[in-house]
Design a protein around this ligand. Structure first.
Ligand SMILES: Nc1ncnc2c1ncn2[C@@H]1O[C@H](COP(=O)(O)OP(=O)(O)OP(=O)(O)O)[C@@H](O)[C@H]1O
Ligand SMILES: Nc1ncnc2c1ncn2[C@@H]1O[C@H](COP(=O)(O)OP(=O)(O)OP(=O)(O)O)[C@@H](O)[C@H]1O
Ligand SMILES: [Mg+2]
Ligand SMILES: [Mg+2]
Lengths: 228, 228
């Protein structure tokens, strides 16, 4: 699904150059469940944004489902993002002044569902995450963990082939975190959905089958998770 | 320092009334280190915002350092917030298009420091949190955990009497989390600063001397932490 070679990302800040990724090699096959860990500032979110085609690398190559992403048009990348990928942002990125339900329905607008069906699909997804009662709340009328679950529901609602989740349980209590991870585990096991998930909590990473560790913009270890 | 009785908070949402706090009683004395835990949506942030005088309750009473907060003027509350309180928001609340250094310096603007001294104080605080090298980065040019540490530095820079930290380690890796908690522990032990800290991670709560648990807008347990 994902194959990156020598991936580099440099941010320029005035005179300074910040090397966020210094040459990352990683291959993820269909149906894998990979946890990404590493210190704050080590390049995890930068890596996720490039894999999610929300940003482009400064160097190296990235093939998604065998296609060289750098040769895709902006429209082709947008089409892949809306139909094949589900992205849970570290900062949730919900639309302000928009209800929870409208946020979850957003990815369905790209597909061809009638309005009633769209609302049903979105509500069913919210129910799986215990937030259906918040459907009419606006984003700023919910707690941190409730907003995070809206962001997760939005990422899952389209039945993506690849889920990219950046710290999806950061604001959730232990019980709710375990419910979300059980849902991810089920999507991976029963529907073969590929999952790439950033976390800094070891008990969340324990749900994954493989753990990749970043440090200073490089992958320093990549191991099968034998804790399962 | 903090004494609340029968504290209630109701949010009105169209026709609906959301009871976020249903009658909270809590007393915190000078020099205590209290962790607040509880499920997502149980009222923790709502409680912290009222204690931090960023919002007012719907019912009940709140005395800060012996003074009835409901009888204070808006100016008096703002003066207390800028000189006696340090608030770490769950969503960081950094000013956009403002550098990390300017964000940390913000509380110092209310006091009477010359410009050079202000920058020195802010940089020293950032150094304690391992983020001084990010001084000239804008808020949206940093990782999640780096933004969170800017929010922590901003809350501490004025030497507050009471620190209110809402999930201050949510985006930090284990090593960085422990460094932040060690800093809080030192401020509490050596300078007698009172700390009220929300977390959903048991190993973060373990640094506190007392653990208060919320559920559905009420405190359901309040115990000395004998794990220390
Ligand atoms: N502005 C608002 N308008 C309406 N309801 C709100 C508002 N802010 C919070 N709520 C509701 O009040 C309840 C308590 O929210 P609060 O943010 O205090 O929870 P929390 O314990 O901090 O949760 P989390 O651990 O997810 O951050 C939630 O059910 C939430 O939906
Ligand atoms: N837009 C940007 N401009 C400049 N530098 C940036 C930008 N975004 C990120 N950086 C820098 O790139 C490095 C990697 O950031 P990234 O967000 O990928 O880290 P991370 O591993 O996700 O960290 P965290 O665990 O704190 O979320 C950091 O040092 C950060 O300061
Ligand atoms: Mg990140
Ligand atoms: Mg909260």
């Amino acid at each position: 699904v994902v194959d990156v070679r020598g991936l580099r990302k440099i941010y320029t800040l005035g005179q300074e150059e910040i090397g966020a990724l210094a040459g990352v090699d990683l291959r993820i096959d269909v149906g894998e469940f990979v946890a990404v860990m590493g210190p704050s500032g080590s390049g995890k979110s930068t890596f996720m944004q490039i894999v999610g085609m929300l940003d482009s690398p400064s160097g190296g190559s990235y093939h998604f489902e065998g296609r060289d992403v750098s040769r895709l048009t902006a429209d082709e990348r947008a089409a892949i993002r809306s139909s094949r990928l589900g992205f849970v942002f570290q900062s949730y990125n919900l639309l302000a002044r928009t209800t929870a339900l409208e946020n979850v329905e957003l990815p369905l607008l790209y597909a061809t569902h009638p309005v009633r069906e769209r609302e049903q699909i979105a509500r069913a997804q919210m129910q799986l995450l215990g937030i259906e009662h918040l459907a009419k709340h606006f984003s700023n009328q919910m707690s941190g963990g409730q907003q995070q679950r809206v962001a997760i529901a939005r990422a899952l609602v389209n039945g993506p082939a690849l889920i990219l989740a950046d710290e999806p349980t950061g604001a959730l209590d232990t019980k709710t975190s375990n419910e979300v991870m059980a849902l991810f585990g089920e999507l991976n096991r029963e529907r073969g959905i590929t999952i790439l998930l950033v976390t800094h909590e070891a008990d969340i990473a324990a749900y994954a089958k493989r753990i990749v560790r970043f440090r200073d913009g490089l992958i320093i270890s990549d191991r099968i998770n034998d804790q399962q």
